[in-house]
Design a protein around this ligand. Structure first.
Ligand SMILES: CC/C=C\C/C=C/C(=O)SCCNC(=O)CCNC(=O)[C@H](O)C(C)(C)COP(=O)(O)OP(=O)(O)OC[C@H]1O[C@@H](n2cnc3c(N)ncnc32)[C@H](O)[C@@H]1OP(=O)(O)O
Length: 719
């Protein structure tokens, strides 16, 4: 709703009221229409101020309404009526003015923002465009290049930048509503002819075509198949080339296409999923709202390899006091330099002072004695980690939380090495740890709710999207990756090339295909794990055929490459070739193609034609199938947790909503049918056998993803 009052004798004050972000729900729109009418009709009112309650102007259209009720006054005529008013209307912007919220402010004649306010048109991140006149008014106000930048990226700008760009007229450190009322009194009675943005001519840069072509090319490249950024460019082009009313028509047309698209649904699902994972729960019943985190003032990192360095930087950047421990002297010296460099570069980018003093270094594990929380980040060797957890348990003050950055090893086993297993949790960061947004917080069977709450809270403080998951081999992300990688190898055996597989995945929207990513992260990483699992042994040693290990189909292709010293980018050769070790540009490698041909001939395999659809179905459906197993096992609380992990940690295209959402869009019955088909063709691949939960969901009529938790709960209660 919107509340109306008359202040200072002649200012109509309209306050948007819809906690927590004053989204423009139907009730709020009704309220605005009614209160604006009232303010304009009351003779004593000479000017109007619009503000939002609780220190936030407006978070935009109510996203929840998009999927259901779109009744109530539409935004466009509502904003038009404000702009057409014959009394000055001032927007008092505190907190955020985003999306429809900023579009409402652009309809006002003046905008005054608090210095801490954030403004933006983030509709593109929801698969939409600013269709309440934003694509037409903003370029008229701040010019085409700046408007294109804001609209196609959806980025939020500070009040200072908004002032510099000309989005707002004034910035204040004082009470914004008071400042706006004072301003409204000062402009009462003045002509509004020059204040209606829709009447401005849109500035036309001389190189208009080149400008739009360049931006469109850039947007298409980074959008990886997302349609909203492209539509945003088209809408701004309409502003630059058409009269306002025709531009508005074009904005409406483009929005109609986006609004009903699967991409918009996927992106809006991601928006809410990202927030839902913060409301974590554990199978014990412990939850986010009943588990109090303990404050962490001092944190420690053990092991300063690539991961440890990134974690130390991320911790220091949150303002914590950090102790970084590395027992190898040479590594410690190198790490000091690297961490300082990362802190300095990060600080320069953010325009702040580097937190160099917040971090101290030591070669001795005793230095972590008074830390509130320790994160172990040594390499993936259980014996080494066991020893470190035993030492930490002896050295640390009582109550210190002991966390491991392992990406796959057993958190319960590490906890069993300590005196207080309830203080142990996994904090699985993704490389580079100071950049990647995802954090898997892994609770073991004995982890206390407080330990989980503290790790989740620390993750939030570090700006991470933290997801609480149960303990199993590979947790959620890496567990699902295993069948995906396995399929990619099998496809090569059957006739595909790395180029074909990667192209299919990249056209689907992944930033990089599976083979390109493997080359980047190093083929030796998986080789080491497979050796540890007794898989990557030469066939002589196992006494089995090279393509069967532990009773199931196995592809030794990755192992064979490693045996040749082809570890990927770092050695200059892997699934592709690079111009030098450490080179980044992947080129097709004729050696690899001959190697595959020889391999197939040696094993009596006849290459067949494999199309992109088969690549996608096999790689993605086995990954999704494992996701259903994870839900069935209670390792992830719901599909949103899995989807957030894949979008933020594994490059899954956000406009596809994550693997479980994608499955719901494809149709669960179709996913089941294709898995059954492939399992029949490959009975020696257990990952293709459809999960029981998937069958249950299909049998119960493939309910929408929001209702899967109910089916899972029922399934668990029957076990
Ligand atoms: C027909 C359409 C015509 C015109 C086009 C206009 C389109 C739009 O305006 S689309 C909406 C554009 N706005 C946004 O994208 C802003 C989204 N919100 C945010 O970025 C943030 O919420 C915030 C910066 C405004 C506040 O951040 P923070 O304080 O961290 O709070 P949360 O993000 O946790 O949000 C709290 C709570 O509010 C819900 N919520 C936020 N924004 C909206 C919204 N626009 N509509 C509905 N609900 C919203 C959010 O989901 C949280 O609730 P839950 O925890 O229950 O999920």
């Amino acid at each position: 709703m919107a509340q109306y009052s008359c202040v200072s004798g002649s200012v109509g004050l309209i306050t948007l009221k819809n906690p927590p972000v004053n989204a423009l729900s139907a009730a709020v729109r009704h309220g605005i229409v009614d209160t604006v009418k009232r303010a304009l009709s009351e003779p004593k009112v000479k000017s109007v101020v619009i503000c939002g309650q609780n220190g936030i102007f407006c978070g935009g259209a109510d996203i929840r309404e998009f999927a259901s009720d779109m009744s109530g006054p539409p935004l466009v005529p509502m904003i038009h009526a404000i702009e057409a008013a014959n009394k000055p209307v001032v927007a008092a912007i505190e907190g955020s003015a985003l999306g429809g919220g900023l579009e409402l402010a652009l309809g006002c004649h003046y905008r005054i923002a608090h210095s801490k306010a954030k403004l933006g048109l983030p509709e593109v991140t929801l698969g939409l465009l600013p269709a309440a006149g934003g694509t037409q008014r903003l370029p008229r106000l701040i010019g085409v290049p700046a408007a294109l930048n804001l609209i196609t990226t959806g980025r939020h700008v500070t009040a200072a930048e908004a002032l510099q760009l000309g989005v707002v007229d004034q910035v204040t450190d004082q009470n914004t509503v008071d400042a706006a009322v004072k301003f409204a009194l000062s402009v009462a009675g003045q002509s509004l002819d020059a204040r209606r943005i829709s009447t401005y001519p849109c500035p036309r840069p001389s190189d208009l075509d080149a400008l739009f072509d360049g931006v469109m090319q850039k947007v298409r490249q980074s959008a990886r198949g997302a349609i909203a950024p492209v539509a945003c460019v088209q809408a701004v082009r309409a502003a630059a080339t058409l009269p306002y009313t025709q531009g508005m028509e074009r904005e409406k047309e483009l929005m109609a296409t986006l609004f009903t698209s699967g991409q918009a649904r996927a992106l809006q699902y991601c928006f809410f999923a990202q927030r839902a994972v913060g409301r974590w729960s554990m199978p014990s019943g412990a939850r986010w709202d009943t588990s109090k985190p303990r404050p962490v003032h001092k944190a420690a990192v053990i092991g300063l390899g690539t991961m440890g360095r990134g974690i130390a930087v991320a911790l220091a950047q949150t303002g914590l006091s950090v102790v970084a421990v590395e027992t190898q002297e040479k590594q410690l010296m190198e790490a000091k330099q690297a961490v300082s460099g990362m802190l300095e570069r990060g600080a320069k980018r953010r325009g702040v002072a580097p937190a160099l003093d917040g971090i101290s270094y030591s070669g001795n594990i005793q230095a972590v004695a008074d830390a509130d929380l320790v994160i172990e980040a040594v390499f993936e060797d259980m014996t080494l980690k066991e020893k470190i957890f035993q030492q930490l348990s002896a050295v640390c003050k009582p109550g210190t939380f002991l966390c491991t950055n392992t990406s796959a090893l057993d958190v319960d086993h590490l906890a069993s090495q300590t005196r207080n297993p309830e203080l142990v949790v996994g904090m699985h960061f993704f490389a580079p740890a100071h950049v990647m947004k995802l954090l898997e917080v892994v609770y073991g069977t004995r982890s206390s709710p407080q330990a989980v709450a503290t790790a989740m809270q620390l993750g939030k403080k570090m700006g991470k999207v933290s997801v609480a998951v149960g303990n199993c081999r590979g947790f959620v992300g890496n567990r699902m990756l295993k069948p995906y990688l396995e399929q990619a190898f099998f496809l090569l055996e059957e006739g595909a090339t790395p180029e074909l597989v990667d192209r299919a995945l990249e056209e689907f929207g992944f930033a990089m295909g599976v083979f390109r990513v493997s080359d980047l992260s190093g083929l030796d990483v998986g080789w080491k794990v497979r050796k540890g699992d007794g898989l990557a042994e030469p066939e002589m040693a196992t006494g089995q055929s090279a393509r069967i290990r532990q009773g199931r189909r196995y592809s030794p292709l990755g192992d064979l490459l490693c045996e040749q010293g082809r570890y990927g980018q770092k050695t200059g050769q892997g699934w592709y070739q690079y111009d030098k070790p450490g080179g980044r540009v992947a080129r097709s490698d004729p050696w690899l193609h001959s190697f595959l041909e020889e391999y197939r001939a040696r094993h009596g395999l006849v290459a067949r034609r494999i199309d992109q659809q088969e690549v996608l179905e096999r790689c993605l459906y086995v990954l999704i199938n494992e996701g259903f197993h994870i839900l069935e096992d209670g390792i992830a609380a719901g599909p949103e947790d899995i989807d957030v992990i894949y979008v933020f940690g594994y490059g899954w295209p956000r406009h596809r909503g994550g693997p479980m959402f994608y499955a719901s869009m494809v149709g669960l019955a179709k996913v089941l049918e294709r898995l059954e088909h492939y399992h029949q063709a490959h009975p020696d691949v257990p990952y293709m056998q459809p999960c029981n939960l998937l069958r249950r969901l299909v049998a119960s009529g493939s309910p929408p993803i929001q209702r899967w938790r109910e089916v899972i709960k029922k399934l668990h209660s029957q076990l």
